[in-house]
Every structure is written in structure tokens, then in C-alpha cells.
Design a protein around this ligand. Structure first.
Ligand SMILES: Nc1ncnc2c1ncn2[C@@H]1O[C@H](COP(=O)(O)OP(=O)(O)OP(=O)(O)O)[C@@H](O)[C@H]1O
Length: 277
């Protein structure tokens, strides 16, 4: 995910919200000011993400999943509407390091050891003189939780793609963020590693219980991980339906074999086919 072109109007936080993430009447138009180029990427999007919940965004290509995530991440300003994280503007939360990101590419510093990649952001945020007393998570403990005990001193070139994404996850958690934003974090991995990483993410999530907003093309991944699956439709991007996933937790790889899992994936698929028709 790259930093996208900002649209016209700045975002405003809605301080009244008690949700971890609150999105109200969001509209994002790319290319404002040039009617021939303007694309309405998302329109009339309302979404409340509860504290500590795991919510996935799914839908056909171009339905605005990444755009929505970018607005919450403060990488893109909405054209209109309100977005708040814990009642505060995304910009303030990002500056304080209260928003963790994991993207499709790990984007690690190639010359730094895993441990130093994880602590880099912390050093940068502290270097800006912000909240010296801010609680942060222990780097070696994090690396152990993501399954990298014994690899703390390895550089990215000595790690597999899956291991690099584990470092990226540890890095995203290092500042003990309020929310974690993940944009197709496992899409570049092979199928077996991808399935394993989803199960690992479940384990890490149940340990730290961060509020997660997760973008994926995989309905299976979304159902396995989420409390809610948000199905979006395209042209313009909007929310079509929100599914509550009632499959009990803790979930693990065996969950994929259950009837409840298959039935939920079928239910979301049926609607996905409708929005793609
Ligand atoms: N920087 C940009 N400039 C102009 N249009 C854009 C830009 N970024 C995205 N769009 C358009 O906005 C719409 C939503 O794009 P977005 O990338 O958010 O969708 P997506 O659901 O994440 O897609 P995918 O699943 O293919 O990643 C699409 O029509 C896309 O072409």
C-alpha cells in the first residue's frame, strides 16, 4: 500500500464515539477538481468497530477496502465524513504511534536485525519527544510471541517471507497500539504459509486483544479470523452487508474443518456473488 493522493477536505474526529474505530458517512473521491478523472472510491460508509474486536473487509477488486483502511490510517484524507479512533482524529493517533500497520510487503530495513527492525519505530517516536512514559511491549517477548525466538539477530535476507511478516507484525505491536490495521498481510505468501500465518495471527491476537481492521481477498481467512466480516460492493464502494461470525473462540486450524466454518463462508460467498453480478 502506498501513500495515496489526498482528497480535498480534512477529516474531523467525532469525540462522542465510544467505538475503537468509528466511521460515519464517509466519502472519498479521488481526483477532486477534475470531473473527467474523479472516481468515487467509497460513499456513505458507516462502520463502528468495537474495542478488542477483529473485523475484516472483503469484496470485489476496486470496492474501496484499501481506501477505507488508508483513511483510518491517516494516509488519505476523506472528501467528507467523520473518522475517529477512540474518539480522536486518526492523525493524532498515528503521530503518537497508537496505530499499528501491517501491509502486504514487510518493508523491513535490510541492514537491521529483526530485533532492531521491531524497535525502530519506538526509537523514532521517542525521538520526537512524545510520551516518554508510554507503555510499550518488550521486543524480545514480542518476537517470541510471533514465533521468532532464536531469530532475533537475523537480518531480513536471512528470513523467509513468512518470518519477515512475523517481524512486521511484532513491529506493528511494539508501541502497544490501540488498533492494528492490516492490508492483505499474507497475500504475498504461498498458500501453506498463508494458512499457518492466519492461525498464528489468531494466537497473537488472543494474547494482546487489539482491535483489528483487516483487508483480505480470502473469505476463508476473513471468517476464520473475524468477529465481523464487512462485505463491500463496488462502483461506488459501499458496505453491502455485515456478517456476525458466531463460530466460538478459541479458533485454530481445525476450525476450518467444521460445518459452522463452511456454512459461514458459503453465506458470505452467496452475497459476494450477488454484488459481483
Ligand atoms: N490514487 C488513486 N487515484 C485514483 N483512483 C484510485 C486511487 N486509488 C484507488 N482508486 C480507485 O478507487 C477505487 C477503490 O480502490 P481501492 O484500492 O480502495 O479498492 P480495493 O477494494 O482495495 O481494491 P483491490 O481489492 O483491488 O485492492 C477503485 O476504483 C480504484 O481504481
Amino acid at each position: 500500500m502506498s501513500i495515496a493522493e489526498p482528497a480535498a477536505a480534512p477529516t474531523t474526529a467525532d469525540a462522542g464515539s465510544s467505538s475503537a474505530i468509528s466511521i460515519r458517512d464517509l466519502r472519498v473521491v479521488y481526483g477532486v477538481g477534475d470531473a473527467s478523472r474523479a472516481v468515487t472510491a467509497v460513499e456513505a460508509v458507516d462502520l463502528e468497530v468495537e474495542e478488542g474486536s477483529f473485523v475484516s473487509l472483503v469484496g470485489p477488486s476496486g470496492c474501496g477496502k484499501s481506501t477505507l483502511l488508508k483513511v483510518v490510517a491517516d494516509l488519505l484524507r476523506p472528501t467528507s465524513g467523520h473518522v475517529a479512533i477512540g474518539g480522536r482524529p486518526p492523525s493524532a493517533m498515528r503521530e503518537e504511534g497508537r496505530v499499528g500497520f501491517v501491509f502486504q510487503q514487510a518493508n523491513l530495513m535490510p541492514w537491521l536485525k529483526a530485533r532492531d527492525n521491531v524497535s525502530l519505530l519506538r526509537r523514532i517516536v521517542k525521538g520526537r519527544g512524545l510520551a516518554a512514559d508510554r507503555a510499550v511491549l518488550d521486543v524480545d517477548e514480542l518476537l517470541s510471541v510471533v514465533g521468532l525466538e532464536g531469530f532475533e539477530d537475523k537480518r531480513p535476507s536471512e528470513l523467509s517471507g513468512g518470518m519477515q511478516q512475523r517481524v512486521a507484525l511484532a513491529r506493528a505491536l511494539a508501541l502497544d497500539p490501540n488498533i492494528l490495521l492490516m492490508d492483505e498481510p499474507f497475500a504475498a505468501l504461498d498458500e501453506i504459509t498463508r494458512e499457518r500465518m492466519a492461525v498464528e495471527l489468531l494466537r497473537v491476537w488472543s494474547r494482546y486483544r487489539k482491535t483489528v481492521l483487516f483487508v483480505t481477498h480470502s473469505l476463508e481467512e476473513a471468517v476464520l479470523l473475524s468477529d465481523k466480516v464487512v462485505l463491500m460492493a463496488a462502483r461506488p464502494g459501499r458496505i453491502h452487508q455485515i456478517f456476525d461470525v458466531s463460530i466460538p473462540r478459541p479458533r485454530d486450524r481445525e476450525t476450518r474443518l467444521t460445518d459452522a466454518f463452511h456454512e459461514t463462508v458459503r453465506e458470505v460467498s452467496r452475497e459476494l456473488y450477488k454484488v459481483m453480478a
